[in-house]
Ligand binder design. Structure first.
Ligand SMILES: CC(=O)SCCNC(=O)CCNC(=O)[C@H](O)C(C)(C)COP(=O)(O)OP(=O)(O)OC[C@H]1O[C@@H](n2cnc3c(N)ncnc32)[C@H](O)[C@@H]1OP(=O)(O)O
Ligand SMILES: O=C([O-])CC(=O)C(=O)O
Ligand SMILES: [Mg+2]
Length: 307
């Protein structure tokens, strides 16, 4: 039986970066794995021109099976199922062993249930383990935002949900600003939906790849809101994002001391711990463990700490 627990490995929740790579660009696809993104997302949707849809699908089919992507978390953004390309995209990607399918323009839980049904048919057909393909939804409309909780909970295969800001602002009848005021409600709604469902939340892409300052300001905002990470369009954004999400050495050192004190209290049979006169309770211990997990994902060096 497919359960949420079997689909969601804790590693997927620690992802910060999901790098878009146009499925029609052979040169980008052949090198994308070197940039250290937590997940590589081959795109068959809006980055691919209509006349290249079939050739891009074939290239992604081969890239997914290439040994260079064997150790990479691969995501494919297929075309919506109500387009002439969606079902062919899905079949090719599931057959080739994509770890996650990203459904763009998800407006309702029914979109995910339809996708799940189709994925299961292909898995059975090609002899892949039923349930081995994970799903994620990109929310790109007001309907999607309003239905975000049902979408996030629509299938045990769901591992994450992403806000897609460019199409969303068109639906909202506004434009994308540098500070992102127009995205605030949607960001909070998508994030809450992810947390209710126990899955990861990804923020919008930042398209002006030369505006490093604007990108970093947005990253600070989404980190503070609680997002797991962000969809990216350019390799230069990967280290910037990872660095911004990495705890400082001081934050890591404090988290380690908190966890060590909590573990000692548990061994000593004490319920409440005091650290430097401050009470350490359960939420603080959870936050400290989260900091350590982020530090591990970011490669921040740990030192032995004792209570
Ligand atoms: C709204 C949406 O739907 S967004 C999702 C769809 N869009 C995409 O997938 C866009 C992907 N990104 C890109 O095409 C490009 O990064 C752009 C157009 C944003 C910027 O292009 P440039 O300014 O030329 O990028 P830049 O100069 O940083 O490229 C440097 C190198 O990185 C490579 N590169 C750039 N973007 C990517 C990428 N997304 N994946 C892999 N490699 C990339 C380039 O091929 C180049 O390689 P080279 O040095 O071997 O020639
Ligand atoms: O899915 C994404 O992150 C990008 C996208 O399509 C959008 O912003 O409309
Ligand atoms: Mg879009």
């Amino acid at each position: 039986m497919i359960t949420a627990a079997t689909m969601r490995d804790p590693g997927a929740m620690r992802h910060r970066s999901m790098l878009f790579v146009p499925g029609s660009n052979a040169s980008m696809m052949s090198t994308a794995y070197v940039y250290g993104a937590d997940a590589i997302m081959f795109d068959l949707e809006d980055a691919v021109a209509l006349r290249e849809k079939d050739s891009a699908r074939l290239m992604v089919f081969h890239a997914l099976q290439s040994p260079v992507y064997a150790g990479t978390d691969t995501v494919v953004r297929i075309n919506p199922l109500d387009t002439p390309y969606g079902r062919d995209d899905l079949e090719a990607c599931v057959r080739a062993g994509a770890r996650t399918i990203r459904l763009p323009k998800t407006d309702s839980a029914d979109d995910i249930r339809e996708l799940e049904h189709e994925v299961e048919d292909v898995e059975r057909d090609c002899g892949r383990e039923v349930g081995s393909t994970r799903l994620m939804a990109a929310i790109e409309s007001a309907s999607g935002v309003v239905n975000a909780v049902e979408i996030a909970q629509a299938s045990p295969r769901m591992v994450s949900i992403a806000l897609a800001g460019f199409d969303y602002v068109i639906d909202l009848q506004t434009t994308r600003s540098r500070e992102g005021t127009e995205l605030f409600y949607a960001r909070c709604a998508v994030l809450h939906a992810a947390r209710v469902a126990g899955i990861a939340a990804y923020d919008v892409v930042w398209s002006d790849v030369n505006d490093e300052e604007g990108f970093l300001a947005e990253v600070e905002l989404i980190k503070r809101l609680g997002f797991n990470g962000k969809s990216l369009v350019n390799p230069r954004q990967v280290p910037l994002l990872h660095e911004a999400f990495a705890p400082t050495e001081d934050e890591l050192a404090h988290a380690q001391v908190v966890v060590a004190a909590a573990e000692k209290a548990e061994r000593d049979g004490l319920g409440v711990v005091s650290l430097g006169g401050k009470m350490i309770d359960a939420p603080i211990i959870v936050a400290a463990r989260r900091t350590i997990a982020f530090a591990d994902a970011s490669g921040v060096r740990r030192q032995e700490r004792h209570a």
